[in-house]
Design a protein around this ligand. Structure first.
Ligand code: HEC
Length: 155
């Protein structure tokens, strides 16, 4: 019995000294590196969090008003692609109630089309970019509104 406990305390002693070596090594390493690693970690976590909050953002009264103010002149009051300006565009504005097309697009593609304009997603440049008009949160909510209009999701 005594022998075993002696052995145990020897092992513990070794463990403690290994630990303290680690502490010393960590303590010696240049301070800036671990700090940088920490900040990037926090940044990533924050951006993932806000991203997931934004993607579930709901359609509010403000979304409907903005759609009427900024989108309806081309896409139509009810999103049928028959806005007052539609006649004058070379490419007809997308009908936001047509699920057979919108089902083939992901939310991210719709988001990019609204934020960066038609060209950014291989579509006509007469679909303007809204990145300087709306915050990402509002663009997500516009995507969700379009999903309501077409009553569809990505297949
Ligand atoms: C100046 C007219 C115009 C306005 C204003 C406009 N759009 Fe468009 N939009 C278009 C046209 C034209 C297309 C079709 C592009 C194509 O099919 O190549 C389009 C396409 C789209 C698409 C589909 C992109 C795709 O994958 O084909 C979405 C989503 C969209 N618009 C959302 C919006 C939203 C939201 C607003 C308001 C914030 C808006 N648009 C304002 C003209 C407009």
């Amino acid at each position: 019995m005594k022998k075993i406990s002696l052995l145990e305390s020897v092992i513990k002693g070794i463990q403690i000294s290994i630990l303290s070596v680690f502490v010393v090594v960590l303590g010696c390493s240049s301070e800036s590196t671990p700090r940088q690693v920490e900040t990037t970690k926090i940044d990533t976590i924050e951006s993932i969090d806000s991203q997931s909050v934004e993607t579930v953002i709901s359609v509010t009264e403000e979304t409907l008003q903005l759609y009427q103010r900024y989108c309806a002149q081309c896409h139509g009051v009810k999103g049928h692609g028959d806005g007052i300006n539609a006649l004058y565009l070379v490419v007809p504005p997308r009908d936001h109630t047509k699920s057979d097309y919108l089902e083939t697009r992901t939310d991210q593609q719709l988001f990019n089309a609204i934020k960066f304009g038609g060209l950014a997603v291989g579509r006509a440049p007469c679909m303007p970019a809204w990145e300087h008009t709306f915050e990402d949160k509002m663009i997500h909510s516009l995507v969700n509104y379009i999903r309501e209009l077409c009553n569809c999701k990505t297949l």
